[in-house]
Design a protein. Structure first.
Length: 253
């Protein structure tokens, strides 16, 4: 009887121990669920399937991959070109912005590129990325004599990338990327519009004004004396003569 009671007690303790472990595990799961940071959902472009990152680059550059049909890869290349273009432009502009800020770094191989159907992880070799990034850095502080060298470097590396993929490059990237963006600070440096010049009084315009100012004084003198006299027009005649001389235009003999 004592042995049976001891066995029952051992099994009871074991069950309680297992129950405590189960409750602790449930509490941890609930706590992690509440404390987990919300990550925005990302929607991958289903057009490329499992092809992403370096695998996508290898497939587009002609490297045979197990389980990937070459005909399917050829059909995807026109859809891959906009992704490749965005990746190249983003790396160049990253170098340009870092060059302006003086914080030059190293670009990463992978880049999330948005598409109309979601997004795709694009990958480029580091030697191509370094050339694109350095072209942006150099263009940020370039002088007019440096533009031709940067243009040749940019067009050369982009031409190599497109040749590796087997795509034709119509317009060179230098035609669209080697343009300094206009910022608000540059607009603020523009000179202000000239103010309209104030009108300047000419002697001809000043003569009638002087005559009008002289007439009230003449009228007051006559009223105080009580005499009725003919007005003295000598000042008027002299002012009119001066006005006519100012308006006269000399004619060459």
């Amino acid at each position: 009887m004592n042995s049976f009671f001891q066995l029952f007690l051992v099994w009871g303790v074991l069950l309680v121990f297992l129950l405590v472990l189960y409750v602790i595990d449930k509490v941890n799961v609930i706590y992690q669920g509440y404390s987990r940071e919300e990550v925005p959902a990302t929607y991958d472009d289903g057009l490329f399937g499992e092809l992403a990152g370096k695998t996508l680059w290898d497939a587009m550059s002609g490297i045979p991959l197990p389980g990937v049909d070459a005909k399917h890869v050829s059909d995807l290349k026109p859809h891959y070109e906009p992704i490749l273009r965005q990746h190249i432009e983003q790396v160049f502009m990253e170098g340009y912005n870092h060059g302006k800020a003086g914080t030059v770094g190293v670009p990463t191989n992978n880049r999330q590129v948005p598409t109309p159907r979601g997004s795709v992880v694009s990958w480029l070799p580091m030697h191509h990325l370094a050339s694109l990034y350095q072209a942006g850095v150099d263009f940020a502080s370039s002088q007019p004599d440096d533009v031709l060298r940067i243009q040749q470097s940019l067009d050369q590396v982009t031409g190599m990338i497109y040749a590796r993929i087997g795509l034709g490059l119509g317009e060179p990237y230098s035609a669209t990327l080697l343009i300094h963006p206009v910022t608000s600070e540059e607009d603020a440096m523009l000179p202000p519009a000239e103010e309209a010049a104030a009108p300047v009084a000419t002697p001809a315009a000043a003569a009638p004004a002087a005559l009008a100012a002289a007439l009230p004084a003449m009228a007051d003198n006559l009223a105080d004396s009580g005499e009725v006299l003919e007005p003295d027009l000598s000042q008027l005649n002299s002012l009119q003569a001066a006005s006519s001389e100012d308006k006269a235009v000399p004619v060459a003999a």
